[in-house]
Design a protein. Structure first.
Length: 484
């Protein structure tokens, strides 16, 4: 493996190498791919201090946050490695030949999930480790057996190149085939790659505009391919009347969540629905005014947020107006009534990527269900209240049809890397609501089902053999069977 990010290969060379590697990766043993992921994690851990310093220089993020993010990144690499070996994600089913099958004689059929092929990953800006070069998209694509062509983010180019260099070094030492991983830097190359028939899927975290352009490319090819984009979400919070019995706790939690990381989290709560109360607005104004300014990731994000902030000022009543100073951005809060919000839900549900949020006052809790029914796809939806609140069951049921994760008396910021996490939702939160970009289940994005009919045992992939050499769960003649 000779590619190095600092001397990035030409696009065609990278695509040729990825295409050559694809067959080898798809046929590799899960334990082998798991070793590659663990090797990357070890390499990143060994260079943690160096990487954090680079990230500080390029992102304005504080050192404790960055150190924690490196740990999150290496954890998700290792968790993905464990899942790859565990094997349940392959969904293996074996139906032996049965001449007496009710619909007619059944041949011997073996079904599993198999790697799609080379994947284009477009890195994110707001998590320079966990959603960037060696982040969850790269981990799940490699774990599934797909070569990765990584488009680095211009917000942290030096960090990206150094991280990519370490990824390549780790893969080389671990014996991965040449072409397993390469980087490109230009948007034009990313678009060209997504149009190329050698790329079999795409993954992206970023703006709705950029994501929609890539999604359209992937869907408009002569041979359309899956595109997994995470694009925008306001993550509404619904405060039921019963939650005001702990008003201060609820409101301080909300302000802490929407200002966390300078409001640059994809799960930031951008809208809060609360019972009409001047006391609520007064307390929120005090809480927001006490939050110190902080630097956004970069000037480009600051400029985009400033433009969106001007739109919010035109739409809603200011409760606490922030400012941009040498110390960074201070948070802003706006207010409106539910009647006015219903007149402009497009404006209400458009994401503001930064420390701003809108409080919507309501009189009748039934109005919350009406709003929820018109909610565009979201990563999360949160409800605060008591479990015996009469509106809670219906509201939760409606929200479950619009959000990938429904939260009770908590906050959406903080996405646990675990099997049960769903980090996705309908449009525009994501382009593929049936998948997640976080947790081991993210492997499922980069594979497709295949059935083998009447193949000799010796020619079958290991996952669907009767002797089960991988030691994984298999569904045999309809019965889910543990490894012996």
């Amino acid at each position: 493996m000779t590619e190095r990010p600092t001397t990035q290969p030409g696009l065609d060379q990278a695509l040729r190498s990825a295409a050559r590697a694809a067959t080898a990766l798809a046929g590799s043993e899960p334990a082998t791919r798991a070793d590659w992921l663990r090797a990357i994690a070890d390499e990143l851990d060994a260079h943690r201090d160096e990487l954090v310093v680079l990230a500080q220089e390029e992102t304005h993020l504080p050192r404790p946050r960055l150190e924690g993010e490196v740990g999150r990144t290496t954890f998700q690499l290792r968790l993905t490695a464990d899942a790859v070996v565990e094997g349940s994600w392959l969904e293996v089913a074996i139906d032996h030949a049965d001449p007496n099958w009710p619909t007619g004689p059944r041949p011997d059929l073996r079904r599993m999930l198999r790697a799609l092929g080379p994947v284009l990953v477009v890195a994110a800006s707001n998590f320079p480790f966990a959603f960037s070069v060696a982040g969850g998209d790269t981990a799940s694509a490699l774990g599934a057996g797909c070569p990765v062509l990584l488009k680095l983010h211009p917000g942290h180019p030096k960090l990206s190149e150094r991280t990519g260099e370490l990824v390549l070094e780790a893969l080389t030492k671990a014996g991965a085939p040449a072409g397993t991983f390469a980087m490109i830097s230009s948007e034009a190359d990313a678009q060209a790659a997504l149009k190329d028939p050698r790329i079999k899927a795409g993954a992206f975290t970023g703006s709705i505009r950029g994501g929609r352009a890539l999604f359209d490319i992937a869907a408009g090819r002569p041979d359309p391919v899956p595109f997994y984009g995470e694009l925008g979400s306001v993550n509404p919070v619904f405060v039921l009347p019963s939650a005001l019995r702990r008003q201060s706790e609820t409101l301080s939690g909300y302000v802490g969540s929407y200002t966390l990381g300078v409001g640059q989290f994809c799960t930031k709560p951008g809208v809060l629905f609360a019972p009409h109360s001047q006391s609520v607005l007064d307390e929120l104004a005090g809480l927001v005014g006490a939050v110190a300014p902080a630097q956004p990731l970069n000037d480009r994000i600051a400029q985009g947020f400033t433009g969106r902030l001007a739109e919010l000022r035109d739409l809603w009543q200011p409760v606490s107006e922030g400012a941009q100073t040498a110390d960074g951005l201070s948070p802003s809060l706006f207010a409106t009534t539910i009647d006015d919000a219903l007149d402009d839900l497009d404006g209400l549900f458009e994401e503001a990527f930064g420390p701003a949020s809108v409080v919507v006052s309501y009189e009748d809790p039934a109005e919350l269900v009406a709003v929820a029914r018109r909610l565009p796809g979201q990563l999360t939806a949160t409800v605060h209240g008591d479990e015996d609140d009469p509106i809670a069951p219906e509201l939760l049921g409606v929200l479950a049809g619009h959000a990938g994760r429904v939260i009770w008396n908590g906050w959406p910021t903080g996405v646990s890397v675990t099997w049960a996490m769903q980090h996705g939702g309908g449009w525009p939160a994501t382009t593929a609501s049936v998948h997640t970009s976080v947790g081991p289940t993210a492997l499922r994005r980069f594979v497709a089902p295949i059935s083998y009919q009447d193949l000799p045992e010796a020619l079958l992939p290991a996952a669907v053999r009767d002797d089960n050499p991988l030691g994984i769960w298999q569904r045999i003649d309809g019965k889910l069977t543990p490894p012996s």
